[in-house]
Write a protein that binds this ligand. Structure first.
Ligand code: PLP
Length: 377
């Protein structure tokens, strides 16, 4: 898909990309200035493996004031992006043959990372009716004597679903009976939430010791290229991750860490402004998709993805899979989206609305016209 998108662009074709997994906004100015100052102040040396002490402290403050969670700096490890935080946590705690529960649809990297850690990904399918959220009954049924972890992602990539505190409490009730099962709570989209206060399963009574909070500055602060993630965990996991990171990559980029410090301690108005923009776009794309016959979607509650069931179009115009449908939309409508196959959901398409309202409107109108042509075939 990517290669074909590039080919079309190289031919001068106006391709609208509704496939990207990052904010289209630039990093806020106060954060960029902090990085410029850091360069001038010669932050050019190795940092501690787990990150600068003041950054880890600032993350503890953030966790306390935003999430009501009390952590000590030695429980925080800063990593090269959120991705490394997920991977290193799994490598630290998963042994050969251990089972890790992954509700589907899932972020593409989870099963692959579990396999890298020699674990066994156990996929638990969720459905549109439950807004793609794992239910306590499904969780109970999926846990075996080999289960060591559950990966939860809220707000979710790819579905846009957000777990409420009550839904997390219900899952926690099950998990508390299995204290060896850790929850890897991926909260990287925390700040892009349209339904109110972000909830973390670590806030549920007794769950903090059973949870690794995974987060970072990539999405909420529009800093994907800077590469700064972090985890907040029981000390034994934070220690293990630091040990591993000390051999893999050492501490994250020194200048990036100074920028991330400003992200957390500086003014938060740009985060709110970006969230407002995303919400307007969410409203727009959801309104537009409802006018496209044969595509079914729930209203996204967070992140910046619209998740559509598209199997109505299978069997039309020679198309039999979501991958073929995505390719058809690229060729016919010049709109790039992502097939759900890699997310463990082969009947779905993911449209990213990290794009301007104009492009979202034009893109979805083109999708509608291209699908209408298919219907007639
Ligand atoms: N977790 C989820 C659900 C994501 O979608 C992503 C990025 O797309 C990440 C983690 C990793 O983020 P980062 O860019 O900070 O590595």
């Amino acid at each position: 898909m990517l290669a074909r998108t590039q080919e079309l662009k190289d031919q001068g074709i106006d391709v609208i990309s509704l496939s990207v997994g990052e904010p289209d906004f630039n990093t806020p100015d106060n954060i960029k200035t902090a990085a410029q100052v850091a360069i001038d102040e010669n932050y050019s040396h190795y940092s501690p493996v787990a990150g600068y002490a003041d950054l880890r402290k600032a993350i503890c403050h953030k966790l306390f004031f935003e999430n009501g969670l009390r952590y000590e700096p030695q429980q925080i490890v800063c990593t090269n992006g959120g991705k490394q935080a997920v991977a290193e946590t799994l490598l630290t705690m998963v042994n050969e043959g251990d089972e890790v529960l992954i509700p589907a649809p899932y972020w593409v990297s989870y099963p692959e990372m579990v396999k890298l850690a020699e674990g066994k990904p156990v996929i638990v399918p969720t459905d549109m009716e439950h807004n793609f959220k794992l239910t306590p009954e499904q969780l109970k049924e999926a846990i075996t004597s080999r289960t060591v972890a559950l990966i939860l992602c809220s707000p979710s990539n790819p579905t846009g679903a957000v777990y409420s505190k009550e839904e997390l409490e219900a899952l926690a009730e099950v998990l508390k009976r299995y204290p060896r099962v850790m929850v890897l709570s991926d909260e990287i989209y925390e700040h892009i939430n349209y339904i109110g206060q972000h909830a973390s399963i670590a806030q549920c009574d007794g769950m903090k010791e059973q949870t690794v909070v995974l987060n970072g500055v990539s999405k909420g602060y529009a800093m994907t290229g800077w590469r700064l993630g972090w985890l907040a965990a029981p000390e034994w996991i934070a220690k293990g991750v630091s040990k591993l990171q000390g051999q893999f990559s050492s501490g994250p980029c020194s200048v990036t860490q100074r920028a991330a410090l400003e992200a957390y301690v500086g003014p938060q108005d740009s985060v709110q402004a970006m969230q407002k923009q995303f919400e307007k776009r969410r409203n727009l794309i959801y309104e537009l998709v409802q006018k496209i016959p044969g595509l079914k979607a729930n209203e996204p509650e967070g992140a910046f993805y619209l998740w559509c069931e598209c199997s109505h179009y299978f069997g039309k115009g020679g198309i039999t899979t979501a991958d073929e449908l995505a390719m058809y939309l690229l060729q016919e409508a010049h709109v790039a989206c992502v097939a759900g196959t890699g997310f463990g959901a082969p009947k779905y398409l993911r449209f990213s609305y990290a794009n301007s309202e104009r492009n979202i409107e034009e893109g979805m109108n083109r999708v509608k016209a291209a699908l209408a042509k298919l219907k007639k075939q």
